[in-house]
Ligand binder design. Sequence first.
Ligand code: ME8
Length: 505
Amino acid sequence: MTKPFYITTAISYPNGRPHVGHAYEAIATDAIARWRRLEGRPVRFLTGTDEHGLKMAQAARARGLTPRQLADEMSASFKAMADQLTISYDRFIRTTDADHYAASAELWRRMAANGDIYLGRYEGWYSVRDEAFYGEEELIAGAVGERLSPQGTPVEWTVEESWFFRLSAYQDRLLAHYAAHPDFIQPEARRNEVIRFVEGGLADLSISRTSFDWGVPVPDSPGHVMYVWVDALTNYLTGAGWPADPALAERWWPADIHIIGKDIVRFHAVYWPAFLMAAGVALPKAVFGHGFLLNRGEKMSKSTGNVIDPAAMAERYGVDGLRYFLLREVSFGQDGSYSDDAIVTRINADLANGLGNLAQRCLSIIAKQCAGRVPAPGTASGPDLGGLAARIGQAMDALQLNRALEIVWEGVSEANRWFADQAPWALRKTDPAAADAVLYATAEAVRQLAILVRWAIPGAADALLDQLGQAEDARDLAALAVPLTPGIALPPPQGVFPRLEPAPA
Ligand code: ME8
């Protein structure tokens, strides 16, 4: 399993501070990246910020800043969020990075060399909030009859000279690609939407702007900057070392999967593969459009102000508590809802009472009755965790992250049940060796479970593995086969999962 694995999040607009939707995407992508590393695969994980475009320029003006100043300030807060949430990215890309300008210009030149870019005049509807062009037929009516984008954002009639990408020429090739690669767009519902959209016919795409200058300059075309989505999508290539470092790009490209939200599937599953086909660059293997996170069922967005600060959530629930809730409670690919109640209940039941209790009870008895050393195994068979790793692997391959956690917790329940049935505290009085054997088997089960859940709650899992005296390099799936060494001294046990109190009503 040494095939390299390249995974990306969307890059966020740093026109405001990150919200929990951004945190969710980073956590889910991180979970997949960490699972692949546990399997022993070399992983490259890219995340970052998408800093150009009219939306950034307008947000900066509103605050009396230059776009660059706003981007610096907000990009730093996205990076701080990623670090706080223990997101294991290999590069945090900013689309203002120098190598990204070079990659974007190179992609443009190749599309142009293929004859797919021509100069024209754009007249049509543009939504600054979505940074997207819409056809008249796609617009919907707002409350007072005004025109809105299909996402419900304001649109304005825009007229300017523009370079166009010959997207219309790619309809058949895109449909053929979707048919030949059924996993290219996931989940199924997103795939069906995209196919329907492409079957409806594709208009050429305006890919440059002249009305503002906050963007990557179009090669050899003074006054034009690239439409922000052209340079934004190119970040995935820049992050693989393309074209500056061919050996690196060869290793990582094509990407194994782009993890993005459902609102931007069209850009990733239609425009992006068409750009790459035009440039003669291989297509990513898959695009996964996850659902939206709703605060008690309501959509949140920077523009509506209904935004929850992920830093405050991580503070209240703990980084691993927040990660666990989002991964366990949201069915990956579908929308999910959260509330303080739901988070507290889930954390207390599964982390504090479930895994935490198992580890704490077993380790505190070992500390007291076995002089803090891993006891002798004896002949106790232990809880039945056989087949768990394989089943989790299957769920992870299918990107059923919540299902994978359910399976881990089948193991947690089994281990708790077995431990209680064996009652080592009673056994100690009649058969100390048998009591030791039960404690050994339980500690070994905690070790296995900690490894199997490390992709989801890395901080807590590592704290458990520390308490079991496990070396840094003995924490991957290969280490499942190497049981605890009897006799090793363990550090004093400490609770890893605090119980949370519900918020006052
Ligand atoms: O779309 N729940 O940036 P962005 C879950 N710059 N995910 C959410 C969400 C929510 N409530 N709100 C947003 C952009 N997201 C572009 C991407 S990629 C080349 C360019 C997701 O800051 C959203 O779907 O608006 C997207 O995947 C990511 O957060 C960044 O959103």
